[in-house]
Design a protein around this ligand. Structure first.
Ligand SMILES: [Fe+2]
Length: 299
């Protein structure tokens, strides 16, 4: 089965959203939709998601399921807004519960702010689960590593890998978020390379200036040329490279806003007594000495 895959690029976060259906059938799934978010004003907007919805309507497609590949740290999910607009259900990997517990603790949230049992989603997917969506059979494949809740979705000859792999020239995703594990990522990618799928769809691409962003990469090209995880690179070498690289990476710009919305299925935090919603930001003072350059971080 060769599903029709319509990609949408969200420039601000370099994210790909995918609308997937079987040619001739109007039932569709939407993978990783994005809200526009301005961190300075705290305003989340729905224009990009509305464009995806308009494209689905223009193609006479009915979005039945919205699938998240994981709790993203770089963009806010538009799943809740689209769910309300379309009646679609929202699914994510069952590992989301662990991510919710972790961030509930880090953000010191009480049960009124977040119950960490996955109830914010219509379905928690386990490895091997199959969603039948019209003529589409979508198989969930647990591909942990970047995060513990990462799922890939196999649909005929296409596989949607979230942040498991980037384009061949960019390599692989970081594994240093809570629950991340470079060993697990290596094994997840070997699993992806063993699939019958031939087309791999990425969640992001960060092309160098002048180059075009890629949504789709042949699996064969990844196997042969991915700079981090081509065939012949063993687990120990990959893990050493990944961990060394992760130690140099900055915190993503939208990490705290994104996680707080995404572990709630794409909803803003519940309103407080004055009717407004607020995001939390853990803060700390790093006590630095100008003479020695020494720093004694509080944590
Ligand atoms: Fe991610």
């Amino acid at each position: 089965m060769h599903p029709n895959v319509i990609p949408f690029r969200h420039e601000d976060t370099a994210t790909w959203t995918y609308l997937v259906h079987t040619p001739g059938d109007d039932a569709a799934v939407l993978i990783d939709p994005v809200l526009d978010f301005d961190v300075a004003s705290g305003e989340a907007r729905t224009l990009s998601a509305a464009k995806v919805l308009a494209a689905a309507e223009a193609s006479q497609l009915r979005i039945e399921w919205i699938l998240e590949t994981h709790a993203h740290a770089d963009h806010l999910s538009a799943a809740a807004w689209l769910r309300e607009r379309t009646g679609a259900r929202v699914a994510i990997g069952e590992g989301i519960v662990r991510v919710q517990r972790t961030f509930k603790e880090r953000l010191n949230l009480d049960d009124d702010a977040l119950v960490a049992d996955g109830r914010q989603f219509d379905r928690l997917l386990a490895d091997g689960d199959i969603l039948q969506v019209g003529a589409l059979a979508v198989q969930a494949l647990a591909t942990p590593g970047h995060t513990s809740d990462s799922m890939s979705y196999l649909v005929g000859d296409a596989v949607f890998v979230g942040d498991t792999l980037f384009s061949p020239t960019s390599g692989s995703a970081r594994c240093d978020f809570p629950g991340g594990d470079a060993h697990a990522l290596y094994r997840s990618v070997q699993r992806l390379y063993g699939l019958p799928a031939t087309r791999m769809f990425l969640c992001h691409d960060y092309p160098p200036a002048g180059a075009e962003a890629r949504a789709e990469v042949p699996v064969q090209e990844q196997r042969a040329a991915n700079i981090h995880l081509r065939e012949g690179i063993d687990e120990a070498n990959f893990v050493a490279m990944r961990n060394a690289r992760d130690a140099t990476l900055a915190v993503p710009r939208l990490l705290w806003p994104a996680l707080q919305v995404n572990i709630r299925g794409g909803r803003l935090p519940p309103p407080e007594g004055n009717g407004a919603s607020y995001l939390r930001l853990p803060v700390r003072l790093r006590d630095e000495d100008a003479h020695s350059g020494a720093s004694s971080g509080a944590q």
